[in-house]
Design a protein around this ligand. Sequence first.
Ligand SMILES: CC[C@@H](C(=O)O)C(=O)SCCNC(=O)CCNC(=O)[C@H](O)C(C)(C)COP(=O)(O)OP(=O)(O)OC[C@H]1O[C@@H](n2cnc3c(N)ncnc32)[C@H](O)[C@@H]1OP(=O)(O)O
Ligand SMILES: [Co+2]
Length: 135
Amino acid sequence: MLTNLEHLGLAVHDLKAATELYTKLLGAGPYKTEHVASEAVDTVFFQVGGSKIELLAGTSPDSAITKYLAKKPEGIHHVAFEVDDIRAEMERLKGEGFILLNEEPKRGADNKLVCFVHPKSAGGVLVELCQEVKP
Ligand SMILES: CC[C@@H](C(=O)O)C(=O)SCCNC(=O)CCNC(=O)[C@H](O)C(C)(C)COP(=O)(O)OP(=O)(O)OC[C@H]1O[C@@H](n2cnc3c(N)ncnc32)[C@H](O)[C@@H]1OP(=O)(O)O
Ligand SMILES: [Co+2]
């Protein structure tokens, strides 16, 4: 079961400008920034109640964010849901006919294991599953 709206991922060209904009909009600054080399992205996270806003800028031409912004305007890139057991949810979603973009959970930002679901199988929305990595 998907238990919480963990974050909205927003694709941006200029991370510094977007950070300033969202700091003004939300009335509070980010709680962390993180480079995720495996996804070729720089991220900035804001807490909003029980959910988060994740700003994402691509750091290479191969980044999913760079490719996305070559075709689409800045804005919502993906919706991320929290799960308790990511492998069980991956199996369940596969059984329901969703197309998973990674066969194994991979390390995401903010201490999470993640898996992406292809937007073609999810009503045109790129979905991310997130499970917190326990210390
Ligand atoms: C920081 C780590 C992590 C976290 O912990 O939070 C992140 O959030 S990383 C975020 C960046 N990483 C990813 O997005 C990885 C998963 N994405 C992918 O594997 C690819 O981006 C993709 C979804 C498979 C698309 O790649 P590709 O097929 O190469 O791109 P195309 O441009 O050819 O698109 C095909 C098709 O899909 C539509 N599309 C692409 N991206 C999105 C999107 N974000 N939302 C909705 N639809 C999307 C695109 O419009 C094309 O549609 P058609 O034109 O109708 O064919
Ligand atoms: Co994300």
